[in-house]
Design a protein around this ligand. Structure first.
Ligand SMILES: Nc1ncnc2c1ncn2[C@@H]1O[C@H](COP(=O)(O)OP(=O)(O)O)[C@@H](O)[C@H]1O
Ligand SMILES: CC(=O)N[C@@H](CCC(=O)OP(=O)(O)O)C(=O)O
Length: 300
């Protein structure tokens, strides 16, 4: 390699860091909630990279909180014990036996993420919504249908998160909560992430999933939407183009934007370091959900 090429490469690296400066300033000491979906956890290498990104955010002075899912892993274990996973409008029908499996699997996923952060030399604490009364729920119905122990969050007590952040821990939350009788409930992880982002007044909420973003028409790969206002997102849901797990995700994006979270993104967790690219560069990736009065082309 010639000296000139080496110099150019070094300059390019320095340029990347310089480009990150305004973003480091903007998010310094601000809370960023990262919803890490189970669909984007299937590759161990990518999982490591997501955790590296979150740890880096912590080390440059942001306050990341990871809220994780694990839907695919739960379904795998539900199948292993001889039951059939069942979903209604993107939510798992959760009878008592499924609840037991879901809690075991989510706790396992939670500690696997804690381990990866600890390996990078940062202190993480894994909790569920049961800890410190973080997520209080009532039983949720889907279009009037009984779907078992599925919780609707009706109260968030973020004190435990503030305490952990103040002591410089990286909190990692799994979506399990309790009702007023201390009964255990399964919560959709997108619901949990949104409720937590609202409660802590997060500066940013990023959903990491296994798709490039929101498609206007799921069957048309050219219909990826890079920016969407909350009203447009509502129309899209009503038009019936949004299905499966994207339904609770997009509804939660709207809810977060309507309730004061400044920046909401759906990102492709299959892209290496998608979080860093979204936060520290001018490159727009995935779908950004904007307030109705916000300027479009936020990405540019
Ligand atoms: N219009 C749409 N645009 C994008 N994804 C969609 C759409 N409709 C349905 N989906 C589905 O939603 C999935 C994402 O939700 P989900 O599997 O629950 O992810 P996660 O585990 O990250 O929460 C996508 O993989 C895709 O199959
Ligand atoms: C009620 C409900 O559906 N709970 C989810 C909780 C995990 C989750 O949401 O995981 P993802 O983010 O990976 O989809 C479930 O049992 O699958």
């Amino acid at each position: 390699m010639t000296e000139q090429i080496m110099q150019e490469q070094a300059m390019a690296k320095a340029q990347v860091l310089i480009e990150a400066l305004p973003y480091i300033q903007r998010f310094n000491r601000k809370i960023i909630v990262v919803k890490y979906g189970g669909s984007a956890m299937v590759d161990e290498n990518l999982k490591k990279q997501v955790i590296e990104d979150c740890t880096l955010l912590k080390l440059v002075g942001f306050k990341p909180i990871i809220v994780h899912g694990g839907g695919k892993e739960i379904s795998k274990w539900v199948g292993k014990v001889g039951m059939e996973p069942e979903f209604v409008n993107g939510l798992r029908k959760t009878d008592a036996a499924t609840m037991e499996v879901a809690e075991m699997v989510l706790n396992k996923v939670n500690k696997s993420l804690v381990k990866l952060v600890q390996e990078l030399g940062v202190n993480a604490i894994g909790i569920s919504g049961k800890d410190g009364g973080l997520l209080k729920v009532t039983k949720k119905y889907s279009d009037g249908q009984d779907i078992g122990f599925v919780g609707e969050i009706n109260e968030v007590n973020p004190q435990i998160l503030y305490d952990l952040l103040e002591k410089d821990f990286l909190p990692i939350v799994c979506p399990i909560g309790m009702d007023s009788n201390y009964e255990t409930y399964n919560i959709n992880a997108d619901d949990a992430a949104c409720a937590i982002a609202r409660a802590v007044n997060a500066e940013k909420l990023a959903f990491l999933t296994d798709i490039a973003g929101v498609y206007k028409d799921f069957d048309d790969p050219n219909s990826l939407i890079s920016e969407l206002t909350a009203s447009e997102a509502r129309e899209l849901i009503e038009s019936g183009y949004i299905g499966g797990g994207m339904l609770p995700k997009l509804s939660n994006c709207i809810d977060a934007i309507d309730n004061g979270v400044s920046r909401v993104h759906i990102l492709d967790g299959r892209i290496a370091h998608c979080l860093l690219l979204e936060i520290f560069t001018n490159k727009g990736i995935g779908t950004a959900i904007l307030g109705d009065k916000e300027d479009r082309f936020y990405h540019e």
